[in-house]
Design a protein around this ligand. Structure first.
Ligand SMILES: [Zn+2]
Length: 103
């Protein structure tokens, strides 16, 4: 597990994107460098209760969040954070997750 989630930032104008783009929609630049965002605000939460072909599936919570840098991404939620909550982002493998900051 690693802290933060990878985003791609346009080397020309600095706009950040997730997932990676071929061209920057803002300036049409084609050079990106990776960056990381660490915080996000939950906008919507969904629960995936069933998955086709999976037995013993445990319900998963997923959330649409807006990162501190402005990207809208979907993450796996690791706790009961709801809409409006600020979560800390992290990655397991390449999958983005989030949960409330430990207090
Ligand atoms: Zn750009």
């Amino acid at each position: 597990m690693s802290a933060g989630v990878t985003i791609w930032r346009c080397a020309n104008c600095g706009a950040g994107f997730f997932p990676e783009r071929l061209l920057c929609p803002r300036c049409h630049g084609d050079t990106f460098k990776t960056d990381r965002v660490h915080g996000a605000v939950v906008e919507e939460v969904s629960v995936i209760r069933h998955m086709l072909g999976q037995e013993n599936w445990q319900p998963h919570r997923i959330a649409s969040v807006c990162t501190s840098d402005g990207q809208h991404i979907t993450i796996g939620l690791r706790d009961e954070s709801g809409p409006g909550a600020t979560v800390e982002l992290f990655e397991e493998g390449t999958a983005p997750f989030g949960g409330a900051k430990p207090s």
